[in-house]
Design a protein around this ligand. Structure first.
Ligand SMILES: Nc1ncnc2c1ncn2[C@@H]1O[C@H](COP(=O)(O)OP(=O)(O)O)[C@@H](O)[C@H]1O
Ligand SMILES: [Mg+2]
Length: 447
């Protein structure tokens, strides 16, 4: 049996006046689905998982298990198994007893051996059953912990960064095992991680959290190709998306451009459907997002339809073996997304406006919560927007990272021609919301 897990407007505060560490979060997880909760440290992932497990009280909102209200159901009644980062095994029990323990608790009269043996076979740990945890490596211990979770065939797995304490090679290996096991068992799995590549490789869908607020839920492809905001765009994908400050210029009768410091991206007319919303940004600062596949080093004469030229100076080369990451200075300024590094976003208290009714206030708060606090650090645009004092803006060199083949003879200081593929252009407004590709675009069209 496997379960549907639904969260409706779920919030958590640890103290009566404390912040909402999970903030009005709604999410439906289908039976058998592998859902990954992804976000930086401190964004509320473990809190959410523990509320689903029944280990943490839900302050507001509802948890439904297979459609039934389950906020007050004790953990044991939820038929879920949790796997933690810290391989919580009983040190004085053999692996066999560790794996069999939940079975003995559930059905004391039954012989757990056949179940334990079957589980050990699934995990390839038959040889370890008579050892104690201290006699095992980290990876082996985590396999035993997984065995304990699997043995009694729960209706859902809740995994909280189960691979974080392992080295990179083992992590990739166990990742594949977890994927295979959960799919074979067909059990609903909620998997917490701060590692985007783990999330992308494991999840049927990925739910991205920031400061307790759900930013987006979607298939790995959707959150990568159509991130709802600049935070999601920057959190997902390696190398990290290039984020540059831009200024939209749309002169009447003239072609639209996005100014990037000393150069401009010229958008061919007529504007494509995905670029229509840029008109609204006329005169405003935006964040331009270019993933490494959106830019290549090539002469303007090699441009394919939809590619526009830029130039840059090579600042630094990162040799990766099969490719080189080229850091290029294009004369533009990087845009920063501070929460990618910081544990929690700063949340200034919303000042209550006079003459605003309680209902109005709640609606506004709710709208704010859905979006979360603004993501990008751009200043709000003044109306009409003054031209940016280009020289006054802080600028770091090497503002664009481009992939190149190792045979391209490049060295620092060399000027290189670049082609930007406008089909891969992301633009975010000053709140960090995506305006290009057009937000209403249906993800299914691209999958
Ligand atoms: N028991 C607790 N009491 C008070 N605050 C807590 C408690 N547990 C977690 N928090 C706070 O809640 C926020 C979210 O924590 P957590 O859910 O552990 O985040 P994550 O798992 O994403 O790193 C953090 O700011 C953390 O300090
Ligand atoms: Mg955690």
């Amino acid at each position: 049996m496997t379960r549907a897990i639904s969260l409706h407007d779920v919030s958590k505060t640890y103290t009566s006046k404390g912040p909402r560490v999970v903030d009005r979060l709604s999410l439906d997880i289908a039976p058998g689905e592998f859902l990954v909760l992804l976000g930086p440290s401190g964004c509320g992932k473990s809190t959410l998982l523990r509320m689903i497990a029944g280990l943490e009280e839900i302050t507001e909102g509802e948890l439904l298990l297979d459609g039934e209200y389950a906020n007050d159901l004790p953990p044991a009644g939820r038929d879920m198994a949790m796997v933690f980062q810290s391989f919580a095994l009983y040190p004085n029990m053999t692996c066999r007893d560790n794996i069999g323990f939940p079975l003995r608790i559930a059905t004391p009269a039954a012989d757990p051996r056949p179940h334990v043996d079957a589980t050990a076979r699934m995990l390839g740990i038959e040889d370890l059953l008579d050892r104690f945890p201290r006699q095992l490596s980290g990876g082996e211990r985590q396999r035993v912990a997984m065995g304990r979770a699997i043995a009694r065939r729960p209706s859902a797995f809740l995994m909280d960064e189960p691979l974080s304490n392992l080295d990179a090679k083992l992590r990739t290996h166990l990742r594949a095992e977890i994927s295979r096991l959960t799919r074979d068992l067909g059990v609903t799995t909620v998997y917490v991680t701060h590692d985007q590549s783990e999330a992308m490789s494991l999840g049927d869908r990925v739910a991205v959290l920031r400061g307790g607020v759900l930013q987006q839920v979607g298939t790995p492809r959707t959150v990568y190709a159509l991130p709802r905001n600049v935070f999601v765009a920057a959190f997902i994908g390696t190398p990290r998306i290039n984020l540059l400050r831009g200024l939209v210029r749309a002169p009447l009768g003239g072609a639209m451009t996005i100014r990037l410091g000393t150069q401009s991206l010229l958008l061919p007319e007529p504007l494509s459907r995905d670029h229509q919303l840029l008109r609204v940004q006329q005169g405003r600062e935006v964040v331009v997002g270019l993933r490494s596949e959106a830019v290549r080093i090539a002469a303007p004469s090699a441009a394919r339809p939809g590619e526009v030229p830029l130039t840059g100076v090579v600042e630094h080369l990162e040799f990766q073996g099969h490719e080189v990451l080229v850091h290029v200075d294009t004369g533009s300024s990087p845009a920063h997304v501070p929460e990618l590094e910081a544990a929690r976003p700063d949340r200034r208290p919303v000042r209550r406006r006079r003459r605003e009714s309680r209902v109005q206030e709640r609606l506004r708060e709710r709208a704010g919560a859905l979006r979360g606090a603004p993501v990008a650090v751009l200043d709000r645009p003044a109306e009409p927007a003054p031209p940016p004092p280009a020289a006054a803006q802080p600028r770091l060199p090497g503002d664009l990272v481009v992939r190149a083949t190792p045979d391209l003879a490049l060295r620092p200081g060399v000027q290189v021609p670049l082609l930007v593929d406008l089909a891969h252009l992301f633009v975010f407004d000053h709140h960090g919301e995506r305006v290009c590709p057009a937000p209403e675009r249906a993800p299914d069209l691209t999958e």
